[in-house]
Design a protein around this ligand. Structure first.
Ligand SMILES: Nc1ncnc2c1ncn2[C@@H]1O[C@H](COP(=O)(O)OP(=O)(O)O)[C@@H](O)[C@H]1O
Ligand SMILES: [Mg+2]
Length: 269
């Protein structure tokens, strides 16, 4: 596994971002949800969006997948406007969305089958990844037989095998207990460090954001605006020991302060 310096402003200038949102506004009828959100994701970068519950995070993903059209603003992928959107993104939704009547293997191949890949080929693509995702012994099990962490790994495997250029992960560990969650964060970080997918991750868990991310965008309460962009200067691979390092503690405190201030500002608006 290689270690890589975080994206610096110079580096971001040299390469066109993989994905860019520019002044995106959205309202559901009268409910203003996004108030000019701009953000970027570079190739191979793991970027997190944090913000209070209900601020508009999942709405950003529905815009990216084409489920929702923004009221105004632009979304660019590889410098071109978002076309038939679903082709470039693989989404892991907020619920794991595993089908209870399909075995784990058949759940994991589902995304590929929806794309028109034959079941046989889909299984061949999934097979070598089952061990990495800790599912080798459970390929023939049904979702109800899995632990919460396994379910999330299966949902993530279904997402990554689709081989899209950007992964969108919406609160992937939101339903897990604290201990499982910590294990899953460490596991995801090490798998990500191997594969270097371009990931946009949503969470409301600040420590999770710091532990996993290259950069973090902090959103205000609804209607969401980006109130801060924070680079995480911790080396990769990240380790549990990093949780108590001065840089971790400093970054976490900075994020809590920004979120707190944004709440106060929103209350006064
Ligand atoms: N399809 C929809 N129609 C109307 N309102 C919606 C819809 N989806 C979400 N909302 C509302 O928009 C706001 C932002 O929702 P969401 O993007 O899911 O927030 P988050 O993911 O940050 O918790 C919430 O008040 C939510 O109730
Ligand atoms: Mg959400």
């Amino acid at each position: 596994m290689t270690s890589r310096p975080p994206i610096t402003p110079e580096r971001a200038d040299q390469e066109a971002p993989k994905l860019r949102l520019d002044g995106v506004h959205h309202a559901y009828r009268d409910l203003e949800v996004l108030d000019g959100v701009s953000l970027e994701l570079a190739t191979g970068e793991l970027v997190t969006i944090v913000g209070p519950s209900g601020c508009g995070k999942s709405t950003i993903f529905s815009i990216l997948t084409g489920a929702t059209a923004p009221t105004s603003g632009h979304v660019l992928i590889d410098n071109s406007p978002l076309g038939p959107a679903t082709e470039r993104f693989a989404v892991m939704p907020q619920s794991d969305a595993l089908l209870p009547w399909r075995r784990v293997l058949d759940n994991v191949t589902l995304g590929l089958e929806v794309q028109g890949v034959s079941r046989r080929e889909a299984r061949e693509r999934v097979q070598p990844l089952l061990a990495t995702f800790g599912l080798e012994q459970f390929a023939r099990a049904y979702p109800f037989q899995l632990s919460g962490g396994m379910r999330q790994r299966a949902a993530l495997l279904r997402t990554v095998v689709q081989d899209r250029s950007v992964l969108l992960l919406d609160e992937p560990f939101g339903a897990l207990d604290a201990l499982t969650r910590t294990d899953m964060q460490a596991w995801l970080e090490s798998v990500w460090d191997t594969f270097r997918w371009s990931v946009l991750l949503i969470t409301h868990d600040i420590r999770e954001a710091v532990f996993l991310s290259d950069r973090i965008y902090v959103l205000s309460p609804r209607p969401a605006r980006v109130v801060a962009e924070v680079a995480v200067q911790l080396p990769r691979p990240r380790r549990i020991e990093h949780l108590s390092s001065p840089e971790f503690v400093r970054t976490e405190a900075e994020l809590r302060q920004v979120l707190h201030d944004a709440r106060g500002d929103a209350a006064q608006r």
